[in-house]
Write a protein that binds this ligand. Structure first.
Ligand code: PLP
Length: 431
């Protein structure tokens, strides 16, 4: 049998760190990354023959679990018709309509292949539309690895404790202003001084890349008001939250149509596990994109028919029952994690936004509302917790700065496996 250790040794000789995306390397938790060979429902199986309850769900896309029969058969049918045409296909408009039904403020949409492309294009579009250069982002928010947004970024950048990324010219980030999250006064102050230079604010609809951090009451709405007052655009990044926390994403859960950003970015669930992402929003802004407008954007595989089929089938199957199930599972697991950590005397807070949650160690007095608080937590407690869970057959995100993901396929057996693993993991975290 070729083990994960063998595969990792081979991979390290071939790929930087043996991986194609940094957090997969287990850098912050140590040990050998497990090489996965199959997934079914809530379960993952590794090359060593172990089975895990998957609480990563491909970092979000798998709202319906692994290899959902409806999604897999739609993908098979699409594959049988051909893999890529480099021309428009019927499924693109089908997916666009499904998105628009859920999020009517998406008057126009463009499909791309990754969340990074979606946010990168949204920034370029906002700059092209407004004729302004400055972009505002919040510390600890991650919007992909686009140069201009790799400052004080969450996700793997936070996991590796990096201030940003080498290889990003100072000039590229000179037009990015980073503000503390959840601090509307800081936003007001910046706009009072430089409002007419600001093209856009980009924010995660609910941050989940510094662990989960809920936007404070009125925070996103305040960003909407301030940007509108100053002629800047608001880009709500729903790559992670979109179609996961509610049929209409975190915006649907929290704003319920009372206000809308100018642009949304989507990824993950919209592609159901295949590489699709999108940006969408106001028609007058979106029509600044080529071929109608002067802002260029393109992609050989954009709107790929197989990926479209996966996205369409995923959204078609993601009905209210799916969201109720995931919400209920999330509440149940949050309570179980809390109970186990309390019993072991581990100070913590359970951070949540909709059905996304994460644990922040040593933060019970304040909870976590911004990146400084996220970074100040007792993150050393996570590695032993993670490994105890892994040993007991639960695959958590290998970083304290990532959300835990559930799916509608997580059944009683999966939940019982997680619950049974928690006491020993809590003890390990306490040590
Ligand atoms: N935006 C957010 C909020 C994300 O969480 C991510 C990825 O985790 C991205 C953008 C980038 O997406 P991708 O990894 O598909 O480039």
């Amino acid at each position: 049998m070729t083990t994960s250790a063998d595969l990792f040794a081979t991979a390290q000789a071939l790929m930087p760190g043996g991986v194609n995306s940094p957090v997969r390397a287990f850098g912050s938790v140590g040990g050998t990354p497990r090489f996965m060979v199959s997934g079914s429902g809530p379960w993952l199986r590794d090359a060593d023959g172990n089975r895990y309850v998957d609480l990563v769900c491909s970092w979000g896309p798998l709202l319906l679990g692994h290899a959902h029969p409806g999604v897999v058969s739609a993908v098979h049918a699409a594959v049988d018709r051909g893999l890529s045409f480099g021309a428009s296909t019927p499924a693109e408009a089908q997916l666009a309509e499904l998105v628009q039904q859920r999020v009517p403020a998406v008057e126009r949409i463009r499909m791309v292949s990754t969340g990074t492309e979606a946010t990168m294009t949204a920034i370029r579009l906002a700059r092209g539309f407004t004729g302004r250069d400055l972009v505002v982002k919040f510390a600890g928010c991650y919007h992909g690895h686009e140069d201009a947004l790799l400052v004080a970024a969450g996700s793997g950048v936070a996991t590796l404790s990096l201030p940003g990324s080498a290889g990003v010219p100072a000039g590229t980030v000179a037009d990015t202003v980073v503000l503390p999250y959840n601090d509307l006064a800081a936003v007001e102050e910046l706009f009072a001084g430089r409002g007419e230079q600001i093209a856009a604010i980009i924010t995660e609809a609910a941050p989940a890349n510094m662990g989960v951090v809920e936007p404070g009451a009125g925070f996103n709405e305040g960003l909407r008001r301030i940007t509108a007052e100053h002629g800047a655009l608001l880009i709500l990044d729903e790559v992670l939250t979109g179609f996961r926390v509610h049929p209409a994403g975190y915006w649907g859960l929290s704003a319920g149509g009372a206000w809308a950003p100018d642009l949304f970015t989507f990824g993950k669930v919209i592609g159901g596990g295949l590489p699709t992402a999108a940006l969408g929003g106001r028609a007058d802004v979106m029509e600044f994109l080529a071929p109608l407008g002067p802002v260029y954007q393109a992609g050989t595989l954009s709107g790929n028919p197989v990926a479209m089929a996966a996205g369409v089938a995923t959204l078609q199957h993601a009905d209210d029952t799916v969201y109720d199930t995931v919400d209920g599972l999330s509440r149940q697991l949050q309570a179980e994690v809390h109970t186990a950590l309390d019993a072991a005397g581990v100070d913590h807070s359970i951070q949540h936004a909709g059905n996304l949650f994460s644990v922040a160690f040593g933060t019970s007095d304040t909870g976590v509302h911004d990146y400084a608080q996220a970074q100040a937590q007792d993150s050393y407690r996570f590695a032993p917790f993670f490994h105890a869970m892994l040993d007991a057959g639960v695959y958590l995100p290998p970083s304290v700065f990532e959300a835990w993901f559930l799916s509608s396929a997580h059944d009683d057996e999966a939940v019982e496996t997680v619950v049974a693993a928690l006491p020993a993991a809590a003890q390990a975290a306490a040590a």
